[in-house]
Design a protein around this ligand. Sequence first.
Ligand SMILES: NC(=O)c1ccc[n+]([C@@H]2O[C@H](COP(=O)([O-])OP(=O)(O)OC[C@H]3O[C@@H](n4cnc5c(N)ncnc54)[C@H](OP(=O)(O)O)[C@@H]3O)[C@@H](O)[C@H]2O)c1
Length: 348
Amino acid sequence: MATINFGGVEEQVVTREEFPLDKARETLKEETIAVIGYGVQGPGQSLNLKDNGFNVIIGQRKNSKSWDKAVDDGWVPGESLFSIEEAAEKATIIQYLLSDAGQMQQWETIKKYLTPGKALYFSHGFGITYNEKTGIVPPTDVDVILVAPKGSGTSLRRMFVAGKGLNSSYAIHQDATGKAYDRVVALGIGVGSGYLFKTNFENEVFSDLTGERGILMGALAGLFEAQYNCLRKNGHSPSEAFNETVEELTQSLMPLVAENGMDWMYANTSTTAQRGALDWRHKFRKATEPVFEELYNSVKTGKEAEIVIEANQKEDYRVKLEEELKEIRDSELWKAGAAVRKLRPENN
Ligand SMILES: NC(=O)c1ccc[n+]([C@@H]2O[C@H](COP(=O)([O-])OP(=O)(O)OC[C@H]3O[C@@H](n4cnc5c(N)ncnc54)[C@H](OP(=O)(O)O)[C@@H]3O)[C@@H](O)[C@H]2O)c1
């Protein structure tokens, strides 16, 4: 394991140099890896494993679009594509990549096939961390491990095909065989991770739920709306308000932050922008800190998990979701966004 200094704090990171693909293949050469679920992570992880030379099969319920997608991607029914039960039975490592709600519903089926010495693999700490609510409690004589790619399954595959690697976190919840570390790292490398950093199931889910509700998706959308509405209320046109709120951020500034960091971006804007941004940053931090505390607490106490589980069990979840998304899509802000996107030279 390499020790890397992250802003003054040393962390253990596993890189491909130290745990090369050959070693990963050697570690898992006797294993049958069943990827259960062919949604978003399923295709990315299983195709990368297959192309990397691992023994991998798919478990997916039949009569479903995901089954057809698996066939289209080259998985052969009866050879490398099976029902969930059949795949779980054949597997020595079960990669449980159903949706988090699906994992709860299929748990009794999967549990039957968790015989001693097998490994149960997750890409999210949700099912195990909130097991009082999910009912997912594995037997004590199997390894329980996690590799969570830090991005969509689609990006995992695209980056692999382009010769790059998304980074992932890894965790061990149960080491029944004494092989859990080698298994989890080998799988992490096998699914196409660029490098792996250590976490535990609880931290993985707490940070993930906070991040997506916060900066990555929830807070971001809320801040967009607040600033856009403020500009509109003060007489600015939709195109002006959208450009100053969203377009400049996504098109110009964030790629610079991704490349060189925040200070570099600040250093490379006008002195007028610099002075104002440096001052107002503190005010925004102070204003949102209590909201982030409230959010983290809601994640930690399991309230967010409860909300998700209850919502996902509703029959009309998809219908209601579409209504909510439509409301966003049809708002002036995002309609202005659609018009602005169309105007980009590359879209003409
Ligand atoms: N999305 C991501 O990129 C991402 C990133 C990091 C980690 N993760 C984690 O990876 C895991 C998989 O996530 P995902 O986004 O790939 O899931 P997803 O796309 O929502 O998964 C859908 C899969 O679950 C199956 N499924 C759902 N409900 C089912 C049920 N009741 N019975 C049987 N099968 C059911 C679907 O089959 P049908 O098509 O037949 O319904 C499909 O194969 C989750 O733990 C997630 O938190 C996801």
